[in-house]
Design a protein around this ligand. Structure first.
Ligand SMILES: *[C@@H]1O[C@H](CO)[C@@H](O)[C@H](O)[C@H]1NC(C)=O
Ligand SMILES: *[C@@H]1O[C@H](CO)[C@@H](O)[C@H](O)[C@H]1NC(C)=O
Ligand SMILES: *[C@@H]1O[C@H](CO)[C@@H](O)[C@H](O)[C@H]1NC(C)=O
Ligand SMILES: *[C@@H]1O[C@H](CO)[C@@H](O)[C@H](O)[C@H]1NC(C)=O
Ligand SMILES: *[C@@H]1O[C@H](CO)[C@@H](O)[C@H](O)[C@H]1NC(C)=O
Ligand SMILES: *[C@@H]1O[C@H](CO)[C@@H](O)[C@H](O)[C@H]1NC(C)=O
Length: 443
């Protein structure tokens, strides 16, 4: 516990002795004077330059290394920040002045790189002019499409009647007044900047903004912002969104931004269109995503982006154009239907050809011998000769046919059939001639 101070004391004595410095100089120095004559130069837009006097003797300045510690504090945070040791009694700093700022400085005496004495702080409050209730409220900006910027605010509660806000900005050393003022649908006032010079790959570029009153309303308290353009950038949407048949979605990061690929985060939104079920997926750095979906449904997919991994932007981009996934079943069904229709058409064509070719054949009567020779089979048990003897008692075939008709009073169609049978009987007659027996003689 006591080792460290003891070591430091020995080290200090040794180093002072060895560097030929008068030890009594430090020994007589009970306290170091704090800096004096603090001067503050307001460079507008919250930029300030500070000068001070160390208030240290020539002896000390000649024999010791003197440094200055500069710190600042916002009233709304309440903590002192920035403890850098400065080699010179001058410092530049930018503040959002309307938040209320205090600064403080102290002298530090070093010997061989070690602090041997410190002064008390010299402190100063930097006043923001005007009534705080006239300040622009809810101030917010969005940088979009590379070089355009909109800033909006609401009027302070105690804005003097007839007063108007004016917005000025400083970027890359150029100071301009914003030209296109508007009041939006929500009643916010705002201003649109069409062409903000694009910083080339400078990730720490800030735009300084001051919203104060017009020249005839100087009582408006100025609102100061130091805007990190990257945090307020709304990127253009990703483009070239595509879906491969293997359900891999790919896209391109928005073109024209010098941000490293790995800084981007993407949000995919998958909508099942029939049920309007929405799902979101997030991917970082890569520009593809493999979907796992029900192939029988119809979906739409869109992508948006923001910077997440390097710094986090405040806004998402707009959504990309939507791409659609058509259900696979519908696609197959379409093919099957087409094939079926083609097959059916070919069959109809084929059938009509067959029909034309065999029309006569199809409509001709097919004779049924069983019907005509019913008696032969039923009454004569298939004995042809007995049956023929009964059927043809006369030798004249024409008369025989007539007799049959009268006896059995058969309908006209049947007569025709019988006449065809009598024709068949020629064969029986032929048979008689060839065998020498008459048909009539048989019975
Ligand atoms: C330090 O400041 C005080 C008060 O301003 C002054 O009287 C004194 O002479 C200064 N000392 C030196 C060394 O500048
Ligand atoms: C430093 O501050 C303390 C407490 O405020 C005070 O007692 C002391 O005198 C100051 N020292 C100098 C050198 O101003
Ligand atoms: C973006 O800016 C380009 C050129 O500055 C312009 O052609 C384009 O229309 C703008 N797009 C949008 C969405 O404002
Ligand atoms: C910016 O303001 C202009 C003018 O009022 C408006 O047309 C544009 O849509 C705004 N853009 C964004 C991103 O807010
Ligand atoms: C408002 O601020 C701008 C930029 O700092 C300055 O040029 C202008 O004079 C200020 N206007 C008033 C009324 O203070
Ligand atoms: C999906 O298909 C694309 C294009 O055919 C191919 O580049 C990609 O590697 C495939 N992805 C997977 C996971 O198969």
């Amino acid at each position: 516990m006591f080792l460290l101070p003891a070591y430091l004391a020995i080290h200090l004595a040794f180093s002072i002795g060895s560097s030929n410095k008068t030890p009594d100089l430090l020994a007589n120095l009970n306290h170091l004077n704090p800096p004096t004559d603090l001067k503050i130069v307001d460079k507008q837009f919250g930029e300030f330059e500070f000068f001070w006097n160390s208030n240290l003797t020539e002896d000390l300045l000649a024999n010791y290394q003197v440094k200055y510690v500069f710190q600042s504090r916002y009233d709304d945070v309440g903590v002192w920040e920035n403890g850098a040791r400065l080699p010179q009694s001058q410092h530049d700093s930018t503040f959002e002045l309307h938040r209320g700022v205090s600064i403080r400085i102290k002298n530090v005496l070093l010997s061989n790189g070690n602090v041997c004495r410190e002064s008390n702080w010299t402190e100063k409050v930097i006043q923001s002019p005007g009534n705080p209730e006239t300040l622009a409220a809810y101030f917010s900006c969005v940088l979009y499409n590379h070089s355009r910027m909109n800033c909006t605010w609401r009027p302070g509660s105690k804005l003097p009647i007839g007063s108007q806000y004016r917005m000025y900005y400083k970027y890359f050393g150029n100071t301009k007044e914003c030209a296109h003022y508007f009041t939006d649908l929500q009643g916010r006032q705002g201003c649109h900047i069409d062409e903000l010079p694009i910083p080339n790959d400078d990730p720490d570029e800030h735009v300084l903004i001051c919203v104060n009153g017009s020249n005839n309303s100087p009582s408006i308290s100025p609102y100061y912002v130091k805007l990190d353009t990257q945090l307020f950038e709304k990127y253009n949407p990703p483009c070239n969104v595509k879906i491969f048949p293997n359900l891999t979605v790919v896209w391109d990061k928005p073109p024209g931004y010098s941000i490293a690929d790995h800084c981007f985060e993407y949000q995919l939104q998958l909508t099942e269109l029939a049920g309007n079920n929405i799902e979101s997926f997030y991917v970082q750095a890569v520009t593809k995503y493999i979907l796992n979906i029900n192939l029988s449904k119809r979906y739409s997919v869109k992508v948006r982006t923001k910077m997440k991994l390097c710094k986090e932007t405040k806004y998402w981009s707009e959504w990309s154009d939507e791409v659609f996934i058509e259900p696979k079943k519908l696609f197959n069904g379409w093919v099957v239907t087409t094939v079926l229709i083609m097959i059916a058409a070919m069959m109809i064509l084929l059938l009509s050809l067959i029909f034309r070719r065999y029309k006569d054949f199809i409509f001709r009567r097919v004779p049924d011998p069983q019907k005509n020779f019913k008696e032969l089979f039923e009454e004569y048990n298939g004995d042809f000769q007995k049956w023929i003897g009964c059927q043809i008692p006369a030798s004249k075939y024409e008369e025989c046919a007539t007799v049959v008709i009268e006896e059995r009073t058969r309908p006209e169609s049947q007569v025709k059939k019988y006449s065809s049978i009598t024709k068949d009987l020629f064969t029986a007659e032929d048979y008689r001639h060839s065998t020498g027996k008459a048909v009539g003689q048989i019975s």
